[in-house]
Write a protein that binds this ligand. Structure first.
Ligand code: FAD
Length: 132
């Protein structure tokens, strides 16, 4: 393996699967109800306007369900080995993923705002800064 990536959860991250994107879809439903209520007796009759939670969640899943597989396909298509499990550093050049040791010359811990690099036990800032 030359490049590998690990996630304890399905690939896609918080933004695409649990945060930003699904939040916007669910919030839109609430906005529609709120707007209709605000306009009550101002030209809009809001009787019967309500949230069908199951249907709204189905709509949301229409966006989120395909993300993990799509992301894994893209990663593997680019030659990246995808691993799943909880990663824990156990030494300068090694980490354990659910009980299995992995060694590497360099580890990157990307986050939305920065990317930390661990090489031979030295933690330093990477030259790159990842953004979504
Ligand atoms: C409800 C909600 C709504 C949001 N809405 C917005 C918005 O509208 N706009 C906005 O800008 N931001 C929003 N955010 C924030 C945004 O989602 C996060 O800032 C962003 O996802 C952070 O990205 P990240 O790559 O740092 O972390 P994440 O996307 O959380 O990815 C980190 C990944 O690392 C994995 N991981 C962590 N530790 C380990 C480990 N030891 N071993 C293996 N895997 C591990 C996790 O499973 C996770 O998949 C929202 C967040 C939430 C919760």
């Amino acid at each position: 393996m030359r490049v590998g990536i690990v996630d304890a959860l399905p690939y896609g991250g918080t933004g695409a699967l649990r945060g930003c994107d699904p939040k916007k879809i669910l919030r839109r439903g609430a906005e529609v109800i709120d707007t209709a209520r605000l306009m009550r007796r101002k030209g809009i009759t809001d009787y019967g306007v309500s949230i069908d939670w199951s249907a709204l969640m189905r709509h949301k899943r229409g966006f989120t369900d395909a993300v993990p597989q799509g992301m894994e396909d893209e990663l593997t298509g680019n030659g990246v080995t995808t691993l799943r499990g909880n990663a824990r550093f156990t030494g300068p050049n090694q980490l354990k993923i659910d009980g299995t040791q992995h060694r590497a010359k360099c580890f990157l811990e990307p986050s939305r705002f920065s990317c930390r690099r661990f090489v031979g036990g030295v933690t330093g800032r990477c030259a790159v800064s990842l953004s979504m």
